[in-house]
Each structure stands twice: as structure tokens, then as C-alpha cells.
Design a protein around this ligand. Sequence first.
Ligand code: ME8
Length: 565
Amino acid sequence: MEPEARAGAHRWVVRQIPAQGKRSDLHAYNRHLMLSQRTPVSITTPIYYVNDRPHIGHAYTTTLCDVWARAQRLDGREVFFLTGTDEHGAKVEKSARERGISPQALADENSAEFRRVMELFGLSNDDFIRTTEARHESQVKLFVQRLLASGDVYLGEFEGWYDEGQEEYVTDTRAKELEYKSPISGKPLVRAKEHNYYFKLSAYQARLEQFFDAHPEFVRPAGRFNEVRGRLRDGLQDVPVTRTNFSWGIGMPSAPEHVIYVWIDALFNYTTALGLGEPNGELAKARAKFWPPEYHVIGKEILWFHAVVWPALLMALGLPMPKCVYAHSFWISNGQKMSKSLGNFIDLETIESYFAKYGLDAWRWYMTTQGPLGTQDSDFSPKHFHEIYTAQLVNTYANCASRTSSMIEKYFGGVMPEAETASMPISATAGAPTWSAFTSDISSKVIKHYAAFELAEAADSALSIIRAVDVLINETQPFKLAKDPTKLPEVARILSACAEGVRIASVLLTPIMPTKCAEVLAAFGAKTTEEAATNGIESSARWGGLQPGTKILKCAPFMRVDAPV
Ligand code: ME8
């Protein structure tokens, strides 16, 4: 019997054990047991507004989620990675009017553009949800009906400070702190009064505070947690669930003159994609296992909705809490916030010019390792991109793969030589660990970093294997030893260790650079990602996977390119 744990519940299921005597079956069965004990996991990006064109910000969040999703799949987990577009609301209605087209036509056009971007970036999302889809709209109505029935949503009147650009009310205290100006657009907040349906957010104050105190990892990074926890102390006001000042949205059940507020509509995407609005439906049967998500990854500007309003709605609906809301900071450009008026937006055309020059995987590397994952914004600069590309990808990763494969070609006819390397220390430094201990330690660190959304740390740890291979080559100078035929066994040992190091680092780096790592793995005769996904990363990255006699091909995954002018 084996436990299947999900959402805190343990179920015991009996599985049929294969007949004795078939070793390979038993082996596969053991592996199946190991992998099936891993719980299904999910991750989400925000759903993007269709009144804007895709830019570096959207590409960034989605790429981070993609790296995480690929890492989990590579580690044998069943993953659901969700992204999509947010298509209702006054802003879309206004943009469509300005262009003289219907909001649906605008939504169709721009949503298709976002989808095209996903393909261009090779993003591996499992679904792409649009808030104008019938499957989403019908479930949002069901959720709101449930909230009406429980009394969590009520009809009331409200007057308060409203940020028109953000389509959000701010509390009186917050409005004063902000000097009555939008923190995003800088435009004055306006005094607005509405007859609306409201969600009783205020009723969840104590439960939210308790939840935050019990789960300091609920919002990350820690600085953002403290920010929200601090704001919670100001007290919560009820939030509107409907609006009457626009019509492009989902009508309130039984009161269609009220349109469901775009933020409430949008937040529900995370649950409608899994069919949770109709718990007995086919979609829920297939996908309910993916709730709650490990991560809602978002930008810092939409943290309040995700960390406070959304959890309260889930509490009201009796659904389990997401495990973590990860709010990264912003890409800025040449030291300034990106904006249309400054013309410093890193738009899709600019990104495509980077693909053409450096390749998609170099772009993914830069996003993953240099981006604003913490509480500081990151400045995107062509010069810095070029420096990172040259130092880490050309001079480190590619150079190491290229030196190792060329020397194996030159001295061993392109065939992995026979040599014992597991007990070999990684360097001449006293107390240096053996290659097998070192790489096993790094592999478990990398797996943990990926799972914990410490993506830059995962990249750096994996690259430390390459740096160690470089040290080994520089310390032992196999190209000099090879001149003496009696030293060939020593050269064989060194190059075997180098090749195995490059292979293991490439397995570990696959989620970040899927194409280039597959290229290197193929050149090093290793079975690629499928093997890892069946066996789990730990097993694929174990020392000794590269068998003597394997054909090794010369490879140079990243080439030097001209510096930007
Ligand atoms: O807010 N740097 O959609 P949106 C990094 N529809 N990331 C950035 C960025 C930047 N400069 N600019 C944007 C919405 N982003 C709502 C969300 S979710 C239920 C509804 C990323 O099109 C970041 O992830 O304005 C941010 O949260 C998101 O794009 C906002 O996208």
C-alpha cells in the first residue's frame, strides 16, 4: 500500500505488484512507486490584460513559471502550468471604442498575440485561459452565487477613494499616505460613490491575520510578506464585486445590470481552469488534484488582490489556500520605470532582436538569473546582457563543453574512455570532495532551489559543476599530459570526469535552457530529458551515467557575438 497525499488528506490505495522474477518490471515498478508518491503540483502566472501588447514583464513572469514547471516535470512530477488573458473591464471597453472595434474583437486579437508569444518563447503552459470563454464565465457566476447564498456578497452602497488606472478602491488611510495620488500612474485618486454588490472582506480580518501569522511563507519574498502584514493592521474594508459604470464583463446572476468587477472575475481564473466551480464536472475530475497551487507568481503591483482579497474569497468558498504568492519586482529600463511616453519599453520586437542575436535560451538564462525575483527592481541593459552572455554562457558553459568534447575527440577518437572517476577528488585542494559526492550534493541543492522558486540559485549551483570542471582542466592540463603516451590513462580519467560533469550540469540546467542543454546532452551521448522525467532528476544526475564507449560529438552551444554598440 502507498500513501497518496494531497491537500493534507492521506488515502491508502492498493496497487498490484508485478510477478516476481522479472527484474526490469520490478525496477520500473519501484520507480513508478517512487514517482507516484510525488503529489501533482501547479503554478500560475497572472492573466494579462488584453488592452496592452506583450512586453518583457509578461515574458518574464511566464518564463519564470515555465522554468519551475519544467524543473518539476523533469523531476517526475505531474504539473499543471496555467497562464492566460484577462479580457473584461472598462479599460478594454475604452481601448476597443477608441479603435472602433468591439471589445470581443479587441480581446480576440490581443489574446491571440499573447498566445503567439507563448509559442515564440517555447513556453510549456498546460492551459491558456481566457476570461471571455464560456467555461470561465459560467463558473464565475456559480462562485458568485455561492457567495451570495452564504451572505459573503451583499448589495450595498459605497463611497471611497478610487484609482481609475488600477480600477481599484484604496482605503482612507492608504489614500492619505499616498497623498491622494495613484502609486502606479501618479494621477489623482477620485472620490467615487456606487451602488454595488460587495464582498465582506472586513469579516475575514481576524482569519487572515491568523493565517498570515501561521504561514510566514505564504507571501514571498519576506519583504513583501511584511508589507502586506503591515497593511492588514490598517483594517479591511469590504470590496465591490460588481460595477455599473461599464458593461463589458460577466453579468451578475439575477441582476445583469451589475457587471462582475474585473478583478473578481480575473482572480477566479485560477479555479475555473481547474473546473472547481462545478466540483462534479468532468474538468474538476481531471484537474481538481492540482488545487491548491504551489505558486501564484505575480508582479509586486497586484500583491494586495492576490494576498488578501483572493485568500478571503477562498476562505468564504471553503477552498484550500494557495501555498505561496510570489511577488517579484519590476524590470526597469536604463534606470527608469518603463513607460510608453518615455519610449523605453522592452517590447516584443526588442526581445525578438535578442533571440536573433543571442538565441532564446540565452534570453531565458538572463531572465532567470538576473531578473527582479527579490524586492529590488532590475535594470535591463544591453551591455549587461552581453556581459552575462559572454562570461557565463560562452566562456563558462560552452567553453567547458567544447574543450571537453574536442579533447575526447582528439585523444580518444570521440569515444568516452574507460576510467574510474567516482572516487576522484574534484581538485588538488586538501579535503576536496570526490566528484560523485560533489555532484550529488549539488544536484540535491539544485532540485531544492528549483522547488523553492530560488531559480537564480538553482542556475548558479548547477553552473558550479561547470566551474569545477574548468578548475580540473586548468589544474591538470590534460592537453599537456596527452603529449606523453604513458599518461593517457590519467588523461582518460580527467576527461571522463569532465564529460560526466558537463552531462550532469546539462541535466540540471535543462529547465532554464531546454534547447541548448538537449543539444549538449545529445553530443555527450546522454538520453535527454525524457529519461530524467521517467527517473527523476536525482537519478539522471547521478555520477556514472555516462558509459565508457559512448560516442561523444564536438559541441559549442554558445558562440561569441559582437558587443552592442
Ligand atoms: O495586472 N517587470 O495584468 P497586466 C516585471 N490582468 N514584470 C512585469 C512588469 C515589469 N516591468 N510589468 C508587468 C494585470 N509585469 C491583471 C492581472 S491576475 C488575476 C490579473 C508582469 O497585463 C507582472 O507579472 O497588467 C505583473 O503582475 C503582470 O505582468 C501584470 O500584467
